[in-house]
Design a protein around this ligand. Structure first.
Ligand SMILES: Nc1nc2c(ncn2[C@@H]2O[C@H](COP(=O)(O)OP(=O)(O)OP(=O)(O)O)[C@@H](O)[C@H]2O)c(=O)[nH]1
Length: 546
């Protein structure tokens, strides 16, 4: 919750955003780098595996070629020795130790395909006829040696391929067909592929051109055609059977994602393949990816902290501004502290705030003025006057000074309105107010209560008698004709005066002044009366002298 609250600040949100962006950028950069490295590494590993494969293929090709040459020279030797019988051929074969070393078995078939000599076991002579075997028929037809399709040897029960070589007499008649078998499981041939296997679970395999598996670590698959296996041919294998050489990223039949390479043996059309599981091929990269997480997080954390510091420093003027607002609110500073000279956004904000506050203060002052002013004459209104009178009575009570009020009413004002119009009446009121203001001291408070009723508050009177003099002055001030309508207008006023006695309330003082005014009216107007009068109960009409 506290964290949530803290996140409501601009600073916190900016920090979170900066940290998140930096983190995202770091992760994306790391991922992009790793992806690039992965591609390059795949290329490198793939190329390396393919080079390995090519050298394995070249080795097999050489091995096969050497074996074929050996068999051919054996056939030529037999021809040169003019061997004509099976026994002689049996003896001839047995006398060549290299044949035993290089082949799983070497047999001799006569021109009909009957087994007439057998190196591994002479007892099998006469037990087999290969006249209908494709390798025999093909050798007879071509009159030269071939490499057979792989098959399960009847003699040994092992998966083999045969190399054949015909032996002709001088007249060109076929005497024998030598058939040398290569055990597909034999270590000295394909078995050597095992030593080249990449990683812990990688392996090499061999396919004949028709898809028959010649060699595979899973020996149960040998001699099966990949097309006939459950699940059919995998995409990369199909491409290889169609002639593709190179490496691809693909999936093995066992479902392992791997780099898979293919290379063709040109002499036989056989395909040697390599499988390198991705998780092993890219093991360093995977480890690198895992170890990149921590530095990335550390970089993001560092950048986030630096971001926070930068934001803190950049936003410090804003915090200062906030503190200044609080000081102004508490009344500890003037709004002029917002009149900043900084050229940046904070300065603009401060100046805008300053200008707004000033406008607001002026508007408030104008509102206050309007609330306490009479719109027509510009004098104080009743509300303001009452407030002022309350304060004056308090001051008088505290200081022991004298205060008094004059209550004025224009005589027969209704007639002015009736005879000259309301507008003329207004102008008389304005002129009356003006003369009244000019007659009294600037420190005296003058107000219009309502209609043609005015009041004056006098403070610091030297003596109550002074009030009578003021009443006289006011009545006299209205004596000159008013020019409200362009024509001179005689306007007179009646004034009621009252002196504030100690402890008197505002209402009581105004009531006394009003009573004095009433008495002045009753006494014939155009004059003033004073309350309390020097002769109590006997009001004296003071009429201004003409
Ligand atoms: N022109 C104008 N007339 C106003 C204004 N306010 C009030 N009046 C009028 O002022 C007149 C006041 O008349 P009263 O005080 O009743 O009587 P008066 O005619 O002055 O007579 P006395 O006071 O007895 O001398 C009324 O006719 C009001 O309509 C104003 O703002 N402008």
């Amino acid at each position: 919750m506290r964290l949530l609250l803290r996140l409501t600040t601009l600073k916190a949100r900016m920090t979170v955003v900066v940290t998140a962006l930096v983190f995202l950028a770091s992760v994306l950069l790391a991922l992009a780098g790793l992806h690039l490295a992965e591609r390059q590494m795949a290329q490198l590993v793939g190329d390396r595996e393919f080079a390995l494969l090519s050298s394995a293929a070249a080795h097999l090709e050489q091995n096969l070629a050497a074996k074929r040459i050996l068999l051919r020279s054996a056939a030529e030797g037999a021809r040169a020795a003019r061997i004509g019988t099976g026994e002689a051929m049996q003896a001839y074969l047995e006398s060549h130790a290299t044949l035993r070393e290089q082949y799983f078995n070497v047999a001799a078939l006569d021109s009909q395909g009957e087994l007439v000599a057998n190196l591994s076991d002479r007892r099998q002579v006469g037990t087999l006829s290969a006249g209908d075997r494709p390798y025999f028929r093909e050798t007879v037809r071509l009159r030269e040696g071939i490499v057979s399709q792989p098959f399960l040897s009847k003699l040994s029960g092992k998966p083999v391929v045969l190399l054949t070589e015909p032996v002709h007499d001088d007249a060109g008649r076929l005497l024998f067909v030598l058939a040398a078998g290569i055990d597909l499981h034999q270590h000295s041939f394909f078995g050597r592929l095992d030593t080249l296997k990449p990683g812990r679970h990688g392996y090499l395999f061999m396919l004949a051109a028709d898809g028959t598996i010649l060699y595979h670590p899973d020996t149960r698959r040998i001699l099966r055609r990949v097309q006939d296996e459950p699940g059919g041919v995998m995409q990369t294998t199909r491409q290889a059977l169609d002639g593709f050489e190179g490496w691809r990223q693909g999936r093995t039949k066992a479902g392992v994602e791997a780099l898979i390479g293919y290379k063709r043996l040109h002499s036989t059309g056989w395909i040697v393949g390599i499988v390198y599981p991705i998780d092993e091929a890219f093991a360093p990269l995977i480890a690198m990816r895992e170890s990149a997480v921590l530095p990335t997080a550390a970089v993001a954390l560092l950048a986030g902290s630096l971001g926070w510091l930068a934001i803190y420093l950049l936003l410090r003027p804003l915090a200062t501004l906030q503190a200044q607002v609080a000081r102004v609110e508490r009344g500890e500073a003037d709004i002029d502290i917002f009149d900043l000279s900084r050229p940046d956004e904070v300065g603009t904000l401060g100046r805008a705030f300053h200008s707004l506050t000033r406008q607001r203060a002026l508007a408030d002052a104008e509102m206050a003025r309007l609330a306490s002013t009479d719109a027509l004459t510009g004098l104080f209104n009743r509300r303001k006057f009452e407030g002022e009178l309350d304060m004056a009575l308090l001051r008088a009570a505290r200081s022991g000074s004298q205060a008094g009020v004059a209550y004025l009413d224009i005589d027969h004002f209704k007639l002015i309105n009736d005879n000259h119009g309301h507008g003329a009446g207004d102008r008389v009121l304005v002129e009356f107010a003006h003369r009244l203001r000019a007659t009294v001291r600037a420190t005296d408070t003058v107000a219009r209560l309502a209609g043609d009723e005015f009041v004056v508050l006098f403070e610091g009177l030297a003596a109550p008698d002074e009030l009578a003099g003021l009443g006289h002055k006011i009545v006299e001030a209205m004596r000159p004709p008013f020019l409200a309508d362009g024509t001179p207008l005689a306007v007179t006023t009646s004034v009621g005066l009252a002196v504030a006695t100690p402890g008197i309330t505002r209402e009581a003082l105004l009531r006394q002044a009003d009573e004095a005014l009433y008495a002045a009216k009753a006494g014939g107007r155009d004059g003033f009366r004073l309350r309390p009068d020097a002769h109590a109960g006997d009001d004296t009409q003071h009429t201004a002298l003409h």
